[in-house]
Ligand binder design. Structure first.
Ligand code: DGL
Length: 420
Protein backbone atom coordinates (compact mmCIF):
# COMPACT_ATOMS: atom_id res chain seq x y z
CA UNK A 1 0.00 0.00 0.00
CA UNK A 2 2.81 2.40 1.04
CA UNK A 3 4.57 1.62 -2.27
CA UNK A 4 1.42 2.24 -4.31
CA UNK A 5 0.89 5.61 -2.63
CA UNK A 6 4.53 6.49 -3.32
CA UNK A 7 4.20 5.51 -6.99
CA UNK A 8 1.01 7.52 -7.33
CA UNK A 9 2.73 10.50 -5.75
CA UNK A 10 5.66 10.16 -8.13
CA UNK A 11 3.26 9.57 -11.01
CA UNK A 12 5.58 6.82 -12.27
CA UNK A 13 3.91 3.74 -13.79
CA UNK A 14 4.39 0.63 -11.65
CA UNK A 15 6.82 -1.13 -14.01
CA UNK A 16 9.15 1.88 -14.17
CA UNK A 17 8.43 2.57 -10.50
CA UNK A 18 9.80 -0.83 -9.47
CA UNK A 19 13.24 0.01 -10.71
CA UNK A 20 13.04 3.55 -9.29
CA UNK A 21 12.33 2.04 -5.87
CA UNK A 22 14.88 -0.74 -6.34
CA UNK A 23 17.66 1.77 -7.04
CA UNK A 24 16.57 3.89 -4.11
CA UNK A 25 16.70 0.94 -1.74
CA UNK A 26 20.27 0.00 -2.80
CA UNK A 27 21.97 3.39 -2.34
CA UNK A 28 25.55 2.06 -2.30
CA UNK A 29 25.20 0.96 -5.94
CA UNK A 30 26.63 -2.55 -5.41
CA UNK A 31 23.47 -4.43 -6.45
CA UNK A 32 22.42 -4.97 -10.06
CA UNK A 33 20.44 -2.00 -11.47
CA UNK A 34 21.48 0.42 -8.74
CA UNK A 35 23.93 3.30 -8.39
CA UNK A 36 25.72 5.22 -5.65
CA UNK A 37 23.15 7.89 -4.83
CA UNK A 38 25.83 10.09 -3.17
CA UNK A 39 27.87 10.42 -6.37
CA UNK A 40 26.68 13.99 -7.12
CA UNK A 41 26.87 15.53 -3.65
CA UNK A 42 29.81 17.79 -4.60
CA UNK A 43 28.76 20.14 -7.43
CA UNK A 44 32.32 20.97 -8.42
CA UNK A 45 33.21 17.27 -8.71
CA UNK A 46 29.99 16.68 -10.69
CA UNK A 47 31.10 19.16 -13.38
CA UNK A 48 34.12 16.98 -14.11
CA UNK A 49 32.12 13.81 -14.65
CA UNK A 50 31.58 12.48 -18.19
CA UNK A 51 28.33 12.69 -20.18
CA UNK A 52 26.36 9.48 -20.76
CA UNK A 53 24.82 8.61 -24.11
CA UNK A 54 22.72 5.51 -24.73
CA UNK A 55 20.97 3.79 -27.57
CA UNK A 56 19.54 0.35 -28.21
CA UNK A 57 22.67 -0.48 -30.23
CA UNK A 58 25.32 1.23 -32.29
CA UNK A 59 22.90 3.60 -34.11
CA UNK A 60 23.26 6.17 -31.34
CA UNK A 61 26.87 6.58 -32.42
CA UNK A 62 25.41 8.99 -35.01
CA UNK A 63 24.35 11.18 -32.09
CA UNK A 64 27.78 10.81 -30.47
CA UNK A 65 29.38 11.94 -33.76
CA UNK A 66 27.26 15.11 -33.58
CA UNK A 67 28.30 15.64 -29.96
CA UNK A 68 31.98 15.19 -30.77
CA UNK A 69 31.93 17.50 -33.79
CA UNK A 70 29.36 20.20 -32.93
CA UNK A 71 30.69 23.72 -33.36
CA UNK A 72 27.57 25.87 -33.14
CA UNK A 73 28.54 28.09 -30.19
CA UNK A 74 31.33 30.34 -29.05
CA UNK A 75 32.84 28.35 -26.18
CA UNK A 76 33.73 31.48 -24.16
CA UNK A 77 30.67 33.69 -24.64
CA UNK A 78 28.21 30.77 -25.11
CA UNK A 79 26.60 32.77 -27.94
CA UNK A 80 25.47 30.98 -31.12
CA UNK A 81 28.10 30.90 -33.86
CA UNK A 82 31.04 28.64 -34.62
CA UNK A 83 34.43 29.53 -33.10
CA UNK A 84 36.56 26.77 -34.62
CA UNK A 85 36.63 24.71 -31.40
CA UNK A 86 34.23 21.79 -30.89
CA UNK A 87 31.60 22.78 -28.34
CA UNK A 88 32.25 19.74 -26.14
CA UNK A 89 36.03 19.80 -26.55
CA UNK A 90 36.70 19.54 -22.80
CA UNK A 91 34.04 16.91 -22.12
CA UNK A 92 34.33 13.13 -22.21
CA UNK A 93 31.52 10.71 -23.06
CA UNK A 94 30.44 7.25 -21.97
CA UNK A 95 28.47 5.52 -24.71
CA UNK A 96 26.26 2.51 -24.05
CA UNK A 97 24.48 0.42 -26.69
CA UNK A 98 21.94 -2.09 -25.38
CA UNK A 99 22.52 -4.35 -28.35
CA UNK A 100 21.52 -7.59 -26.62
CA UNK A 101 17.97 -6.28 -26.15
CA UNK A 102 17.48 -4.51 -29.46
CA UNK A 103 15.52 -3.78 -31.65
CA UNK A 104 13.66 -1.57 -29.18
CA UNK A 105 11.33 -0.59 -32.01
CA UNK A 106 9.70 -4.02 -32.10
CA UNK A 107 8.54 -4.31 -28.44
CA UNK A 108 5.31 -2.38 -29.05
CA UNK A 109 4.18 -4.79 -31.79
CA UNK A 110 4.20 -7.66 -29.26
CA UNK A 111 2.64 -5.58 -26.49
CA UNK A 112 5.79 -5.44 -24.37
CA UNK A 113 6.26 -1.69 -23.96
CA UNK A 114 6.17 -2.21 -20.17
CA UNK A 115 9.36 -4.27 -20.43
CA UNK A 116 10.85 -1.76 -22.88
CA UNK A 117 10.23 1.06 -20.41
CA UNK A 118 12.04 -0.87 -17.71
CA UNK A 119 14.96 -1.50 -20.09
CA UNK A 120 15.22 2.23 -20.76
CA UNK A 121 15.46 3.10 -17.06
CA UNK A 122 18.00 0.26 -16.63
CA UNK A 123 20.14 1.82 -19.39
CA UNK A 124 20.17 5.11 -17.50
CA UNK A 125 20.92 3.38 -14.20
CA UNK A 126 23.93 1.73 -15.83
CA UNK A 127 25.25 5.12 -16.95
CA UNK A 128 24.61 6.64 -13.51
CA UNK A 129 26.41 3.83 -11.71
CA UNK A 130 29.95 2.51 -11.42
CA UNK A 131 29.03 -1.14 -12.03
CA UNK A 132 30.16 -2.70 -15.31
CA UNK A 133 31.46 -6.05 -16.52
CA UNK A 134 34.83 -7.07 -17.93
CA UNK A 135 34.76 -8.73 -21.35
CA UNK A 136 35.99 -11.96 -19.76
CA UNK A 137 35.20 -12.88 -16.17
CA UNK A 138 32.11 -13.63 -14.17
CA UNK A 139 32.03 -10.73 -11.69
CA UNK A 140 31.20 -7.06 -12.25
CA UNK A 141 33.66 -4.31 -11.28
CA UNK A 142 32.91 -0.84 -9.93
CA UNK A 143 35.41 1.24 -11.87
CA UNK A 144 33.09 2.94 -14.37
CA UNK A 145 32.55 6.59 -13.41
CA UNK A 146 29.03 8.01 -12.98
CA UNK A 147 27.78 10.64 -15.45
CA UNK A 148 26.48 14.20 -15.04
CA UNK A 149 24.01 14.15 -17.95
CA UNK A 150 22.21 11.53 -20.01
CA UNK A 151 21.48 11.79 -23.72
CA UNK A 152 18.85 9.32 -24.89
CA UNK A 153 20.29 8.79 -28.35
CA UNK A 154 17.45 6.51 -29.41
CA UNK A 155 14.15 7.70 -30.82
CA UNK A 156 12.17 4.71 -29.56
CA UNK A 157 13.67 5.04 -26.08
CA UNK A 158 12.92 8.77 -26.07
CA UNK A 159 9.35 8.16 -27.22
CA UNK A 160 8.68 5.58 -24.50
CA UNK A 161 11.08 6.51 -21.72
CA UNK A 162 11.95 10.22 -21.60
CA UNK A 163 9.16 11.14 -19.22
CA UNK A 164 9.79 8.09 -16.99
CA UNK A 165 13.44 9.00 -16.78
CA UNK A 166 12.87 12.64 -15.95
CA UNK A 167 10.46 11.57 -13.21
CA UNK A 168 12.94 8.97 -11.94
CA UNK A 169 15.71 11.58 -11.73
CA UNK A 170 13.36 13.84 -9.77
CA UNK A 171 12.39 10.94 -7.48
CA UNK A 172 16.05 10.08 -6.87
CA UNK A 173 16.77 13.78 -6.23
CA UNK A 174 19.91 13.76 -8.35
CA UNK A 175 21.06 16.76 -10.44
CA UNK A 176 21.17 14.93 -13.76
CA UNK A 177 20.26 16.53 -17.09
CA UNK A 178 18.23 14.27 -19.40
CA UNK A 179 17.98 15.12 -23.10
CA UNK A 180 16.12 13.09 -25.76
CA UNK A 181 16.21 13.09 -29.55
CA UNK A 182 12.52 13.55 -30.45
CA UNK A 183 12.05 17.12 -29.17
CA UNK A 184 15.35 18.01 -30.79
CA UNK A 185 14.22 16.39 -34.05
CA UNK A 186 11.07 18.51 -34.04
CA UNK A 187 13.21 21.59 -33.56
CA UNK A 188 15.32 20.42 -36.49
CA UNK A 189 12.15 20.40 -38.63
CA UNK A 190 11.39 23.96 -37.47
CA UNK A 191 14.91 25.14 -38.28
CA UNK A 192 14.93 23.45 -41.71
CA UNK A 193 12.22 25.90 -42.89
CA UNK A 194 11.41 23.51 -45.74
CA UNK A 195 8.05 23.83 -47.50
CA UNK A 196 5.97 20.78 -48.44
CA UNK A 197 4.91 17.69 -46.54
CA UNK A 198 6.81 15.99 -43.73
CA UNK A 199 7.63 12.29 -43.68
CA UNK A 200 8.91 10.54 -40.58
CA UNK A 201 10.92 7.37 -41.03
CA UNK A 202 11.29 5.59 -37.70
CA UNK A 203 10.79 2.25 -35.99
CA UNK A 204 7.37 0.63 -35.67
CA UNK A 205 7.44 1.50 -31.96
CA UNK A 206 8.29 5.18 -32.42
CA UNK A 207 5.51 5.53 -35.00
CA UNK A 208 3.02 3.67 -32.78
CA UNK A 209 3.76 6.13 -29.94
CA UNK A 210 2.83 9.07 -32.17
CA UNK A 211 5.69 11.02 -30.56
CA UNK A 212 6.98 12.67 -33.76
CA UNK A 213 3.69 13.97 -35.24
CA UNK A 214 2.68 15.21 -31.77
CA UNK A 215 5.99 16.94 -31.02
CA UNK A 216 6.41 18.41 -34.51
CA UNK A 217 2.85 19.78 -34.38
CA UNK A 218 3.51 21.36 -30.96
CA UNK A 219 6.88 22.79 -31.94
CA UNK A 220 5.72 24.33 -35.23
CA UNK A 221 2.47 25.49 -33.64
CA UNK A 222 4.28 27.24 -30.77
CA UNK A 223 6.50 28.98 -33.32
CA UNK A 224 3.41 30.26 -35.15
CA UNK A 225 4.03 28.09 -38.20
CA UNK A 226 1.32 26.32 -40.17
CA UNK A 227 1.70 22.59 -39.61
CA UNK A 228 2.04 20.77 -42.94
CA UNK A 229 0.75 17.26 -43.54
CA UNK A 230 2.79 14.67 -41.64
CA UNK A 231 2.97 11.00 -42.61
CA UNK A 232 5.05 8.34 -40.92
CA UNK A 233 6.38 4.90 -41.72
CA UNK A 234 7.56 2.45 -39.10
CA UNK A 235 10.13 -0.10 -40.16
CA UNK A 236 10.79 -3.39 -38.41
CA UNK A 237 13.80 -4.18 -40.55
CA UNK A 238 15.91 -1.20 -41.63
CA UNK A 239 17.67 -0.53 -38.28
CA UNK A 240 18.53 -4.21 -37.89
CA UNK A 241 19.88 -4.38 -41.44
CA UNK A 242 22.04 -1.30 -40.84
CA UNK A 243 23.27 -2.93 -37.60
CA UNK A 244 24.36 -5.95 -39.69
CA UNK A 245 21.91 -8.28 -37.87
CA UNK A 246 21.74 -11.60 -39.74
CA UNK A 247 17.96 -11.74 -39.13
CA UNK A 248 17.65 -9.08 -41.88
CA UNK A 249 19.40 -10.62 -44.90
CA UNK A 250 18.56 -8.12 -47.65
CA UNK A 251 20.74 -5.11 -48.45
CA UNK A 252 20.27 -1.79 -46.66
CA UNK A 253 19.42 -0.25 -50.06
CA UNK A 254 16.64 -2.83 -50.63
CA UNK A 255 15.06 -2.21 -47.20
CA UNK A 256 15.42 1.57 -47.68
CA UNK A 257 13.50 1.40 -50.97
CA UNK A 258 10.67 -0.58 -49.34
CA UNK A 259 10.39 1.99 -46.54
CA UNK A 260 10.54 4.98 -48.91
CA UNK A 261 7.77 3.45 -51.01
CA UNK A 262 5.63 2.69 -47.93
CA UNK A 263 6.11 6.25 -46.63
CA UNK A 264 5.11 7.70 -49.99
CA UNK A 265 2.04 5.47 -50.04
CA UNK A 266 1.09 6.61 -46.53
CA UNK A 267 1.55 10.20 -47.69
CA UNK A 268 -0.61 9.57 -50.77
CA UNK A 269 -3.48 8.56 -48.47
CA UNK A 270 -3.40 11.99 -46.78
CA UNK A 271 -4.29 13.55 -50.18
CA UNK A 272 -2.03 16.51 -49.40
CA UNK A 273 -1.47 18.87 -52.33
CA UNK A 274 2.25 19.59 -51.76
CA UNK A 275 4.81 16.85 -52.31
CA UNK A 276 6.71 15.16 -49.51
CA UNK A 277 9.79 17.26 -48.93
CA UNK A 278 11.14 17.00 -45.39
CA UNK A 279 12.22 13.56 -44.29
CA UNK A 280 12.89 13.11 -40.59
CA UNK A 281 15.46 10.41 -39.95
CA UNK A 282 13.58 9.41 -36.80
CA UNK A 283 15.72 6.41 -35.98
CA UNK A 284 19.32 6.80 -34.84
CA UNK A 285 20.53 4.23 -37.34
CA UNK A 286 19.14 6.01 -40.39
CA UNK A 287 21.73 8.80 -40.70
CA UNK A 288 24.24 5.99 -41.30
CA UNK A 289 22.19 5.02 -44.36
CA UNK A 290 21.19 8.53 -45.45
CA UNK A 291 22.79 8.00 -48.86
CA UNK A 292 20.82 4.79 -49.44
CA UNK A 293 17.58 6.43 -48.22
CA UNK A 294 18.03 9.43 -50.50
CA UNK A 295 18.78 7.13 -53.44
CA UNK A 296 15.59 5.23 -52.61
CA UNK A 297 13.47 8.41 -52.93
CA UNK A 298 15.32 9.32 -56.10
CA UNK A 299 14.59 5.86 -57.55
CA UNK A 300 10.95 6.18 -56.50
CA UNK A 301 10.62 9.45 -58.41
CA UNK A 302 11.59 7.66 -61.62
CA UNK A 303 8.24 5.90 -61.35
CA UNK A 304 5.46 8.18 -62.73
CA UNK A 305 3.16 6.93 -59.96
CA UNK A 306 5.38 8.65 -57.38
CA UNK A 307 6.77 11.65 -59.30
CA UNK A 308 4.24 14.17 -57.94
CA UNK A 309 4.22 12.69 -54.47
CA UNK A 310 7.90 13.19 -53.67
CA UNK A 311 9.73 16.52 -54.06
CA UNK A 312 12.70 16.61 -56.41
CA UNK A 313 14.95 17.97 -53.67
CA UNK A 314 14.42 16.50 -50.25
CA UNK A 315 15.52 18.00 -46.93
CA UNK A 316 16.72 15.44 -44.41
CA UNK A 317 16.42 16.23 -40.72
CA UNK A 318 18.89 14.39 -38.52
CA UNK A 319 17.82 15.01 -34.90
CA UNK A 320 21.39 14.38 -33.73
CA UNK A 321 22.68 17.91 -34.29
CA UNK A 322 19.68 19.55 -32.61
CA UNK A 323 20.17 17.14 -29.68
CA UNK A 324 23.81 18.20 -29.33
CA UNK A 325 22.78 21.87 -29.30
CA UNK A 326 20.15 21.22 -26.65
CA UNK A 327 22.68 19.43 -24.44
CA UNK A 328 25.10 22.38 -24.77
CA UNK A 329 22.42 24.86 -23.68
CA UNK A 330 21.24 22.68 -20.78
CA UNK A 331 24.77 22.09 -19.47
CA UNK A 332 25.57 25.81 -19.72
CA UNK A 333 22.35 26.75 -17.94
CA UNK A 334 23.02 24.26 -15.12
CA UNK A 335 26.65 25.52 -14.93
CA UNK A 336 27.86 21.97 -15.47
CA UNK A 337 29.98 22.66 -18.58
CA UNK A 338 33.74 22.26 -18.45
CA UNK A 339 35.52 25.41 -19.57
CA UNK A 340 38.73 25.88 -21.53
CA UNK A 341 41.69 24.55 -19.53
CA UNK A 342 39.52 22.27 -17.37
CA UNK A 343 39.42 18.54 -17.84
CA UNK A 344 37.09 15.63 -17.27
CA UNK A 345 37.99 12.86 -14.81
CA UNK A 346 38.11 10.55 -17.86
CA UNK A 347 41.15 10.87 -20.14
CA UNK A 348 39.24 9.29 -23.06
CA UNK A 349 35.68 8.45 -24.04
CA UNK A 350 34.45 5.01 -22.96
CA UNK A 351 32.18 2.61 -24.87
CA UNK A 352 30.03 -0.25 -23.57
CA UNK A 353 27.73 -2.78 -25.18
CA UNK A 354 25.30 -5.28 -23.66
CA UNK A 355 25.81 -8.97 -24.44
CA UNK A 356 23.88 -12.05 -23.23
CA UNK A 357 25.05 -13.26 -19.83
CA UNK A 358 25.34 -16.86 -20.91
CA UNK A 359 26.13 -18.11 -17.40
CA UNK A 360 22.70 -16.97 -16.12
CA UNK A 361 20.34 -19.93 -15.86
CA UNK A 362 17.05 -19.70 -17.72
CA UNK A 363 18.14 -17.51 -20.61
CA UNK A 364 17.60 -18.78 -24.14
CA UNK A 365 20.04 -18.13 -26.95
CA UNK A 366 19.73 -18.22 -30.74
CA UNK A 367 22.27 -20.14 -32.86
CA UNK A 368 24.43 -17.05 -33.34
CA UNK A 369 24.73 -16.52 -29.56
CA UNK A 370 22.31 -13.59 -29.34
CA UNK A 371 19.17 -13.70 -27.15
CA UNK A 372 16.53 -15.92 -28.70
CA UNK A 373 13.89 -13.73 -30.32
CA UNK A 374 10.86 -15.34 -28.61
CA UNK A 375 12.65 -15.24 -25.26
CA UNK A 376 13.63 -11.60 -25.80
CA UNK A 377 10.12 -10.41 -26.54
CA UNK A 378 8.30 -12.44 -23.88
CA UNK A 379 10.03 -11.03 -20.78
CA UNK A 380 8.18 -9.10 -18.09
CA UNK A 381 9.40 -6.26 -15.88
CA UNK A 382 10.10 -6.49 -12.16
CA UNK A 383 12.84 -9.17 -11.98
CA UNK A 384 15.55 -6.88 -10.68
CA UNK A 385 17.89 -9.51 -9.26
CA UNK A 386 18.04 -11.39 -12.56
CA UNK A 387 20.60 -10.25 -15.14
CA UNK A 388 20.31 -11.95 -18.51
CA UNK A 389 22.63 -9.43 -20.13
CA UNK A 390 25.81 -7.68 -18.99
CA UNK A 391 27.46 -4.49 -20.13
CA UNK A 392 31.03 -5.01 -21.35
CA UNK A 393 33.55 -2.72 -23.08
CA UNK A 394 32.62 -2.08 -26.71
CA UNK A 395 35.58 -2.60 -28.99
CA UNK A 396 35.49 -2.46 -32.81
CA UNK A 397 35.66 -6.26 -33.08
CA UNK A 398 32.24 -6.54 -31.35
CA UNK A 399 30.59 -4.56 -34.17
CA UNK A 400 29.48 -6.67 -37.16
CA UNK A 401 31.71 -6.03 -40.19
CA UNK A 402 29.01 -4.30 -42.26
CA UNK A 403 28.14 -1.75 -39.60
CA UNK A 404 31.79 -1.32 -38.56
CA UNK A 405 32.48 -0.20 -42.13
CA UNK A 406 29.62 2.33 -41.96
CA UNK A 407 30.88 3.70 -38.64
CA UNK A 408 34.46 3.94 -39.94
CA UNK A 409 33.43 5.70 -43.15
CA UNK A 410 30.55 7.88 -41.95
CA UNK A 411 31.34 8.61 -38.29
CA UNK A 412 35.08 9.38 -38.35
CA UNK A 413 35.22 11.23 -35.00
CA UNK A 414 33.54 8.29 -33.25
CA UNK A 415 35.72 5.75 -35.01
CA UNK A 416 38.85 7.56 -33.86
CA UNK A 417 37.73 7.34 -30.20
CA UNK A 418 36.44 3.79 -30.53
CA UNK A 419 39.59 2.38 -32.09
CA UNK A 420 42.17 4.06 -29.84
N1 DGL B 1 17.78 3.16 -31.94
C1 DGL B 1 16.42 2.90 -32.32
C2 DGL B 1 15.71 4.22 -32.61
O1 DGL B 1 16.32 5.26 -32.79
C3 DGL B 1 16.30 2.02 -33.51
C4 DGL B 1 16.73 0.61 -33.33
C5 DGL B 1 15.84 -0.24 -32.48
O2 DGL B 1 14.68 -0.51 -32.83
O3 DGL B 1 16.32 -0.63 -31.43
O4 DGL B 1 14.51 4.24 -32.65
Amino acid sequence: MKRLVLLLLLNVPAHAGDIVEHARSHPDGRAAFSFDTDAWKDTEATRHLPIGVFDSGIGGLTVLEALLTLDAFNNDTLQPGADGTPDFAQERFIYFGDQANMPYGNYSAVDRTDYLRELIVKDAVFLLGRRAWPKEGKEPHFKKPPVKAIVIACNTATAYGLEDLRKAVAAWRIPIIVVGVVEAGARGVLESKAEGGIGVLATVGTCASGAYPRTITQTLGLAGRTVPTIAQQGSATLAGAIEGDSAFPESVAAYALKEARALAEAYRKTEAAAPLQTIVLGCTHYPLAKAEIDTAFHTLRQDPAFRDLVAEKRTFVNPAEATAKELFRELAQARLRLKKGESSILPHDQFYLSVPRVEETGIQLADDGSLDRDYKYSRSPGLLDFEDTKNVPLTPDLIPAASARLVRERLPAVWKQLSR
